[in-house]
Design a protein around this ligand. Structure first.
Ligand code: CA
Ligand code: CA
Length: 445
């Protein structure tokens, strides 16, 4: 367990309230569903509790709770995962061990050169689009076209489509590496107890007009939710593993970014609950709404985030456009050179941020926690911040922001969340509970 800055008595109390410890339920030994523990069977059929956030709206979210016995799968390879997730039948898919999106048909791991189009190499790309030669126009021509074909190759390999009426749940230690779960044009999906590790893009794009001096951008989120409803993402860990951004080189004076979002919810998706997840040392975490166009996203993008731990992640915690987004009882540990902001207030967004707790490193103040991406308002109530070397105390996020920034944000986002399950904790308790209990391998599978 990670060291957290609280008394051991409190940790003991918190863990007493936790689900049964892992030691009581050793990993299953066999390969098939017959070897699953009673608790693993029970958790896989657990629906989202009534009233637990936006994913409880409408028909609610049951995932694969109604799966027949022949629709319960234990998968250990990429090919098995792809086959098991594809249908719309009610189904339960247990992930066992590590499955890597780069697994080839023979189980051998492919590398980026295996997926590259013959016309693409990074050296050729750098030579063609160096701003000193190419200027500040978007890349075009044969090398860019070859990069796009390479991206398509990778998409076919590392992006895995999830059908409707699915619960995908990790057995202890389950890990999806180098892989994107694509939840697109479906409904009723549950994802629990999985570590998502390093969904890297082999073929980042140079975007010369992104920012003052251009930027490298990637695709391949760890989970993408698009054009879908009733999705519950619970007790997962999101990490870059042994491939952190700081290990990447710089090209054209900008960091070569091979990672995109942890959990992006875009393209009219709605009714999503994101609970008890751990976002560990990532850059772009959660984009809710990807376009400023006032169109089909209006009245969509309704998401609840509760009891998540944002641990040393840099931005988009979350960043919101259009949606009514409830952000309560989340724990933030913010710091490091790459920190940008926590909650992004975008076009027509309506974030309600209540009883969250922010632990801040030196150099980060309460005024740095919001960022205005052309929004107008956010409701903030009962949040606390603990500055470096100081005691935790209540913080008015909007007032702190408005002192330093213009234009001011209004403190009323115009709605009050109704869909919450269980008591809302006072902010000072949030890090004590969320710290040890959020993330994969906390549920007793
Ligand atoms: Ca994305
Ligand atoms: Ca101001």
């Amino acid at each position: 367990m990670r060291k957290i800055a609280v008394g051991t008595a409190l940790i003991t109390l918190t863990l007493t309230a936790a689900p049964a410890p892992a030691a009581a339920h050793p990993p299953v030994g066999g390969g098939g569903p017959a070897a699953l523990s009673p608790l693993a069977r029970q958790l896989a059929r657990q629906p989202l509790p009534a009233g637990d956030g936006w994913a409880a709206a409408g028909p609610g979210t049951t995932g694969g709770a109604a799966a027949s016995p022949d629709q319960v799968h234990v998968v250990t390879s990429r090919a098995e995962l792809v086959a098991a997730l594809g249908s719309d039948n009610p189904k339960i898919v247990y992930v066992k061990g590590t499955i890597d999106g780069f697994e080839g048909a023979d189980g051998r791991l492919l590398d980026c050169t295996d997926l590259a189009d013959p016309g693409y190499s990074l050296d050729a790309y750098l030579a063609a689009y160096d701003p000193a030669v190419w200027g500040r126009a978007a890349p075009s021509g044969p090398v860019e076209e070859a990069r796009l074909r390479s991206v398509s190759n990778q998409t076919r390999h590392t992006q895995v489509e999830v059908g409707s009426n699915t619960t995908v749940i990790g057995l202890r230690g389950a890990r999806l590496a180098g892989l994107t779960l694509m939840i697109d044009r479906v409904s009723n999906v549950i994802v629990r107890n999985i570590t998502f590790d390093d969904a890297r893009d082999c073929f980042p794009a140079w975007s010369p007009t992104d920012g003052e001096t251009g930027n490298w951008n990637s695709q391949f989120d760890q989970i993408s939710v698009r054009r879908s409803e009733n999705v519950w993402i619970d007790h997962n860990t999101f990490t870059d593993g042994d491939n952190p951004d700081r290990a990447q080189p710089s090209y054209f004076g900008r960091p070569y970014q091979v990672h995109d979002g942890s959990l992006d919810i875009t393209h009219t998706a709605s009714l999503v609950t994101v609970s008890w997840n751990r976002f560990d040392g990532r850059d772009k975490v959660m984009l809710i709404g990807s376009s400023n166009t006032v169109g089909p996203d209006v009245d969509r993008l309704k998401v609840t985030l509760h009891h998540n731990l944002f641990d040393r992640s840099s931005q988009r915690l979350p960043r919101v456009r259009f949606g009514q987004v409830d952000v309560y009882n989340n724990a933030y540990r913010l710091g490091g050179e790459s920190f940008e902001y926590a909650i992004g207030v975008g076009v027509q967004s309506a974030v309600y941020a209540e009883n969250n707790h922010f632990t801040l490193d030196a150099g980060i103040g309460a005024a740095d926690l919001l960022y205005n991406w052309d929004g107008t308002a956010i409701t903030t109530r009962g949040n606390w911040a603990k500055p470096a070397g100081g005691a935790a105390r209540p913080v008015d996020l909007v007032a702190a922001y408005n002192v330093v920034h213009d234009p001011d944000l209004s403190p009323d986002a115009g709605w009050t969340p109704a869909l919450r399950h269980g008591p809302v904790l006072p902010a000072p308790l949030v890090p004590l509970v969320v710290g040890p209990l959020a993330g994969a391998d906390r549920l007793p599978l």
